[in-house]
Write a protein that binds this ligand. Structure first.
Ligand SMILES: C[S@@+](CC[C@H](N)C(=O)[O-])C[C@H]1O[C@@H](n2cnc3c(N)ncnc32)[C@H](O)[C@@H]1O
Length: 292
């Protein structure tokens, strides 16, 4: 007779050892991360816009900002595996210099434009209103990891119907959906969004999840040198990637920890019916065998 074994979830929920939150300055601590150990870097650093993160990290501008950015990039890049890649959030004010700097060290894959869908509210009258952030996507080599399938966008029923001619029959892309374009239109988080926590520049989970799913293999490790409220950590907890994150503000580390705990609990709840159903199936199977 077989015994009932309540195996770990096959979805591979991460253990706490896979989440490494460091309440430290990334530049001071980077030497403690082994070289070539990271699959993906998601970096959302201070932009030099004077935001209040409970510290003066966003007060640099001009050459001082660029010099600081080049310093942390030079510390972060060697941490990537040969198949690794990096996304960096930035603004149009500094993206030209940053992209040139990065192109001397890595392979540029995309410039992604994040359209924050900011509503029109009057505003500036001497130039066009800026509603986007620039995201540079770079890889260590042309053999970088990239999995399109988990981030494909499903076609709606109407489009599928319109493509019902014989030549499209059996097309994998028609069933799986299409490749997201390089303009990502996702509203920035407002107070009324359920996802929003107490951080001034929290990124939408949807945006970071796409990076993690496409650019880090399941079970791989993501590094976020400027973790803030832990959006990248939440994406990792939801999708079985290990995580290392840095943040100098202890309050933000606490927010990140509670968001990770919530994400894990939600995952367990989602999988609970499958788990108890599996237990029942095995028990039924055991009972049937015993009766034979
Ligand atoms: C743009 S925010 C990141 C927001 C984050 N992506 C989120 O969704 O919440 C940048 C964060 O970097 C932190 N920071 C600034 N300098 C740092 C440093 N040298 N090491 C670690 N964290 C730092 C700031 O306190 C701030 O919370």
């Amino acid at each position: 007779m077989r015994t009932v074994i309540d195996e770990p979830l096959s979805v591979g929920a991460l253990t706490s050892a896979d989440v490494d939150i460091r309440n430290r300055d990334f530049l001071a601590d980077a030497a403690n991360i082994p070289d070539a150990s990271i699959d993906l870097i998601v970096a959302d650093p201070p932009y030099g816009l004077g935001k209040d993160y409970g510290n003066d990290s966003d007060m640099l501008s001009g050459d001082a900002f660029l010099e600081w950015t080049y310093r942390w990039l030079d510390l972060a890049i060697p941490k990537l595996k040969p198949s690794g890649s990096l996304y960096i959030f930035c603004t149009w004010q500094y993206s030209p210099e940053l992209f040139v700097f990065l192109k001397h060290r890595l392979l540029m894959i995309n410039e992604i434009v994040w359209d924050r869908r900011v509503p029109s509210m009057g505003g500036t009258t001497r130039k066009f209103t800026s509603v986007h952030d620039n995201i540079g996507y770079f890889a260590v080599s042309k053999d970088y990891y990239f999995d399109l399938d988990p981030v494909r966008i499903p076609y709606d029923a109407e489009t599928k119907k319109a493509r019902s001619r014989k030549i499209f029959e059996g097309s994998k892309w028609l069933e799986l959906g299409y490749n997201p374009k390089d303009v990502w239109s996702v509203s920035r988080l407002h107070r009324q969004h359920a996802e929003r926590v107490d951080h001034p520049t929290q990124k939408p989970l949807e945006t970071v999840e796409r990076m993690v799913l496409a650019s880090c293999p399941p079970g791989g490790r993501v590094l976020d040198p400027f973790m803030g409220s832990g959006t990248t950590a939440v994406a990792c907890a939801r999708h079985s990637r290990a995580f290392t994150g840095y943040e100098i503000n202890a309050d933000y580390c606490a927010i990140a920890e509670s968001r990770i705990a919530e994400a894990r609990a939600a995952r367990l709840r989602e999988n609970e019916p499958a788990r108890s159903c599996r237990k029942t199936l095995i028990a039924t199977d055991n009972a049937a065998q015993a009766a034979e």
